[in-house]
Design a protein. Structure first.
Lengths: 193, 579
């Protein structure tokens, strides 16, 4: 049952929009006629903490979580979180990482140090796609859509059509933000990253 | 063809309530149960409310059921403790219209103060429990629960867990049924639980459970999937999915009714498999009962009572598969923290400076326990801050608490804090209570309550005024102050804790994430004035980072411009700019 199931993880810092991103991902798999399960984090854990959501799709999906060593695709909105969850990737899994650094409170207070050279290190072990999506989002004039740019980039590694993605984005994001989100998605999807 | 929609477990529970013809729903928000009510409110056929606490919510649902309609209450597992008083007794009375309590457990403690198993409460209260395994079942079981409730004249608990409530999966939608309201007839022997009546109802309740246990062997929600008989599993809920993932070919008895247990069905299944495993998250509820019947099985010998389960647990413990895993990287932890611009941070920065201890409560402000704020010393349950402070005073005398305050949020104050404050006044306490009023139930994602002026269904109503409420208790010292005015706040705190009387300090500043609450400024550093003293970094705002040279940077996408860092800097090395 597990063999043809695709396992995707989205990791980041609470408030970075992992929920919205996973809902778009869930939407596109349903659009394509797959069975799908998503698992999210709500409540206290969301408050600036490390958050992870799972998306699994295939013919028939049983468990809603992705376990260690099983992720086909890991989408990380922050570098430290990429490192924290990289071991969830399969051997031939792909990591898409947003090169943003957000210091956890343990670093701010001096109790821990933010590791240097995270992406370079991950590149040695995994197939890595990187982008500074925050810079790109600011160029678009809205820092909040950086996550959709990263999703657009990750979408290049999935078998769904551009039209379907745009349709699902239109259905999922708040009406006022549809155009901005579509623009952000296409930037990631069609950009030379 | 009927419509298929991808739904969160909680959304599916709400849909089930709708399709079952529920007319009244009451709840108090609590992760992971909150989205049930937030979705129910989308069905105008259902009256839905946020009650001030779970006991009230349960009683509202009970009243609706007695009057003859289908009714429900929903809450997190610890909320069931608050509601347990009415629950234990309505179990005796039974119902008129169907009555369902949705209880959301939190294995793994994603957002809770303990990891209790509602099945244990249900056994003690003699209330039957259903447990779905995915979103589709969450909806279907909800409808079935109402049928059972009416058939067996009992309240039913639908138990969910964080993983189920917050997972999404496809659900086939059906029409709402409109059951005819049950006729209300005065029946004191059933609905007035005084000793003589309750004694007789207890006999009924015991028989009811026996009948259900016997009938459970035939219930469609208890399913036997016979495959390879080498290994057999008895499981339920989300744990079933892990079994299917790890051992798709094993035989499984999937329990949908998890209390009472179908003994005959279990004995029969056990006799057909070589090795029987009991795979249940949290307490060994099935296991202890099954072992007590003399059935050989393996459960908590190899599976933990703590946290969530997974398919890998089965692969390792039963299949002895060497699951080849890379070790997790050693990286700095990222615990949850208060948001940039959170008024609680401002309050705690003052308390930290004054070296004041806080008896804490349940909400975002519990995060004041962790470094660098490190102000909150205790957290027990909803409303406990004020009463625990009072207990300290009665144990050690009024001088002992001169460097203590109780901190409690507005929603938690309305939940049960008000009772504790009445007690402090009545029993001549002298404590200082800080109500951190951010105009919402913050932690669970912004739900209204009696002091916000808006109901769950969106109606504008008169807001209960917390200031006047405290005044009405006869408290002389009630002060309101802006949480970000740290100079004034410091003066007030010093003054109030010194008094030999009850004081209430209400810090009134809305949650930074609350809709419509937009700061119009951002904080920016002025490096040439910076002497690298680190004062601004003390409250631990995540938007601030220390540069290699000791000066600071402020992340402009994170900063909400609250100005706390600016106010802490005596040298003008941080400015606010309009945006």
């Amino acid at each position: 049952m597990a063999n043809n199931t695709k396992n995707i993880m989205i990791v980041g810092v609470g408030g970075q929009g992992t929920l919205l991103t996973s809902r778009i991902l869930g939407g596109i798999t349903v659009e394509a006629g797959y069975d799908v399960k998503l698992s999210e984090v709500h409540g206290m854990a969301q408050r600036g903490g490390s958050v992870v959501t799972f998306v699994r799709y295939g013919e028939k999906v049983a468990e809603p979580i992705v376990e260690e060593g099983q992720a086909d695709l890991l989408i990380a909105f922050e570098m430290l979180e990429a490192k924290r969850y990289a071991h969830f990737l399969k051997k031939d899994g792909v990591l898409v990482v947003n090169e943003q650094r957000i210091d956890p409170i343990t670093v701010v207070t001096g109790a821990a140090t933010y590791p240097e050279g995270i992406v370079e290190e991950l590149e040695k072990e995994y197939s890595v796609l990187k982008i500074n999506a925050m810079d790109e989002a600011l160029k678009l004039g809205n820092s909040k859509v950086f996550n959709i740019i990263v999703l657009g980039m990750a979408a290049k590694h999935m078998d769904f059509s551009k039209e379907d993605w745009l349709k699902v984005i239109e259905k999922t994001v708040p009406p006022k933000t549809v155009e901005m989100n579509k623009k952000a998605f296409l930037l990631g999807f069609e950009g030379a990253y | 063809m009927s419509e298929v929609k991808i739904m969160l477990g909680n959304e599916a529970i709400a849909r089930g309530a709708f399709e079952a013809g529920v007319k009244v729903s009451a709840a108090y928000p609590g992760t992971p149960s909150t989205e049930i009510s937030e979705n129910i409110v989308n069905y105008p056929e259902i009256y839905a409310e946020w009650s001030p606490n779970e006991k009230v919510a349960m009683e509202v649902a009970i009243g609706a059921s007695i009057s003859g309609v289908r009714a429900m209450a929903s809450m997190k597992h610890v909320g069931v403790n608050v509601a347990s008083d009415p629950l234990y007794t309505i179990s005796y009375s039974g119902v008129n219209g169907g009555l369902v309590l949705v209880a959301a457990d939190d294995p793994g403690l994603y957002s809770s103060q303990n990891e209790q198993d509602t099945r244990c409460v249900a056994r003690a209260a003699m209330v039957p429990v259903l447990e779905p395994s995915d979103s589709q079942e969450a909806k279907d079981f909800m409808k079935y629960a109402f049928d059972l409730s009416e058939k067996y004249d009992t309240p039913i608990i639908l138990r969910t867990t964080t993983r189920l409530s917050h997972s999404q999966g496809p659900v086939t939608l059906e029409e709402r049924c409109e059951p005819v309201d049950a006729v209300y007839e005065r029946n004191p022997a059933k609905f007035v639980m005084m000793p003589g009546n309750a004694k007789l109802r207890h006999v009924y309740v015991e028989q009811r459970l026996k009948d259900m246990a016997a009938d459970a062997c035939e219930m469609p929600i208890n399913k036997v999937e016979m495959n390879d008989t080498k290994i057999g599993f008895i499981t339920s809920g989300i744990a079933y999915q892990y079994v299917k993932e790890a051992c798709p070919n094993a035989s499984v008895l999937k329990l949908g009714l998890v209390h009472p247990l179908p003994r005959k069905l279990i004995e029969d299944f056990a006799s057909k498999v070589e090795t029987l495993y009991i795979f249940e998250e949290l307490e060994p509820v099935f296991e202890e009962q099954i072992k007590s019947w003399g059935i050989k099985c393996i459960g908590k010998e190899i599976f933990t009572v703590q946290g969530e389960y997974s398919a890998n647990m089965i692969r390792k413990a039963i299949l002895k598969e060497e699951v080849e895993l890379k070790p997790a990287a050693q990286v700095p932890a990222r615990p949850p923290i208060l948001c940039p611009g959170c008024p609680h941070r401002s309050v705690y920065s003052v308390l930290n400076k004054l070296k004041i201890h806080a008896a804490g409560d349940i909400g975002c402000y519990t995060l004041g326990a962790v470094a660098p704020l490190s102000v909150v010393d205790t957290t027990v349950c909803m409303g406990a801050s004020i009463s625990t402070l009072h207990g300290m005073e009665k144990a050690k005398g009024k001088d002992y608490i001169k460097n203590w305050v109780a901190v409690i949020g507005d929603s938690t104050f309305m939940h049960t804090g008000i009772n504790s404050l009445m007690n402090m006044v009545y029993n001549q306490g002298t404590g200082t209570v800080m109500i951190l009023d951010n105009s919402t139930t913050g932690m669970t994602g912004h739900q209204d309550h009696a002091a916000t002026g808006k109901t769950l269904m969106g109606e504008e109503v008169p807001a209960i005024n917390i200031f006047h409420l405290c005044k009405s208790l006869g408290i002389k010292n009630v002060v309101e102050v802006n949480a970000f005015d740290i100079v004034e706040l410091e003066r007030i705190v010093k003054e109030e804790v010194a008094k030999d009387e009850v004081s209430v300090i209400i810090t009134k500043s809305p949650c930074v994430l609350l809709k419509g609450n937009k700061f119009t400024t951002k904080c920016v550093p002025v490096p040439e004035k910076c002497v690298k003293c680190g004062m601004c970094l003390k409250p631990g705002c995540p938007a601030l980072t220390k540069n290699a040279d000791g000066t600071i940077s402020i992340d402009q996408t994170m900063c909400n411009g609250c100005g706390l860092c600016k106010n802490l800097c005596k040298l003008g090395a941080i400015e606010t700019v309009e945006v």
